[in-house]
Ligand binder design. Structure first.
Ligand code: KIV
Ligand code: NA
Length: 268
């Protein structure tokens, strides 16, 4: 079997089959997702999830490459997409190409993702025309937290729909193979997902059921993250499982019951 390719997502959309995506940054975890997910995103949310950062802004290209290498080693089937971190692509198309080329060359991943609407259409076209598939990301774009004034749901207000539809159209026409719609009110998300001029498949996170696919941050949907946004459904309860296992381990060590004979090397 071979890995899914960006063109396979377009086929999914044409056939009306939902695209399944999750984030991962860990080889073993990614291995568990591989059979079930079309897309595994090495998201820059790893800065907050793995490293306890307050935002995604401090994440570096080297951090993204290291975790993407781990995810590639742990998977064989899914399309692995890697986030371009803040500061690695905004200055110019040339800067974006240099960063994206490092990601593809050093990790073997199949595509990159970058945040931004119409203003980044030129960058998306530049990369796509030079052999680098790009996933767009519009709406609530966490790298713009300072200019957005916090994590705010997007698409409200009189111009909300017009501006976001324009962003989606521009990124799609620039050649993006898919677009993440994040934190967008339902009517606007629905309008974008259904717009004929937006040919790229839409992948929603907090952006209604009308998108062509869905993505969540893995640790959020597993019930590992302490606080999660409204749009997250916890499909598991890993916090409770891990806490129970660690508590039991501590009790058994303190009581001298671990290790027992079954877990101890004898003389031969
Ligand atoms: O970094 C990330 O996890 C993402 C997804 C939420 C789309 O960009
Ligand atoms: Na991200």
């Amino acid at each position: 079997s071979r890995r899914l390719r960006t063109v396979d997502l377009a086929r999914r959309k044409a056939e009306g089959r939902k695209i399944v995506a999750l984030t991962a940054c860990h080889a073993q975890m990614a291995g568990l997702l591989d059979a079930h997910c079309d897309v595994i995103l090495v998201g820059d949310s790893l800065g907050m999830v793995m490293h306890g950062m307050d935002s995604t802004l401090p994440v570096t290209l080297d951090m993204m490459i290291l975790q993407a290498q781990a995810v590639m080693r742990g998977t064989r089937r899914a399309l692995v997409v890697v986030d371009m971190p803040f500061g690695s692509y905004e200055a110019s198309s040339e800067q974006a190409f240099a960063s994206a080329a490092r990601i593809l060359k050093e990790t073997g991943a199949g595509a990159v993702k970058l945040e931004g609407g119409a203003r980044f259409a030129g960058t998306v076209a530049f990369l796509t025309q030079r052999g680098i598939p790009v996933m767009g990301h519009i709406g609530l774009t966490p790298q713009s937290i300072h200019t957005m004034g916090g994590f705010r749901v997007q698409g409200k207000g009189p111009d909300g729909q017009r501006l976001l539809l324009e962003d989606a159209r521009a990124i799609s026409e620039a050649g993006a193979f898919a677009i993440v719609l994040e934190g967008i009110v339902e009517p606007v998300a629905r309008a974008i997902a259904g717009a004929p001029e937006v040919t790229a498949p839409t992948i929603g996170i907090g952006a209604s059921p009308f998108c062509d696919g869905q993505i969540l941050v893995l640790e959020d949907m597993l019930g590992l993250s302490e606080r999660t946004p409204k749009f997250v459904r916890q499909f598991g309860s890993l916090r409770a499982h891990i806490e129970a296992a660690v508590r039991l381990y501590a009790e058994e060590v303190q009581a001298g019951r671990f290790p027992d004979d079954a877990h101890t090397y004898g003389e031969r």
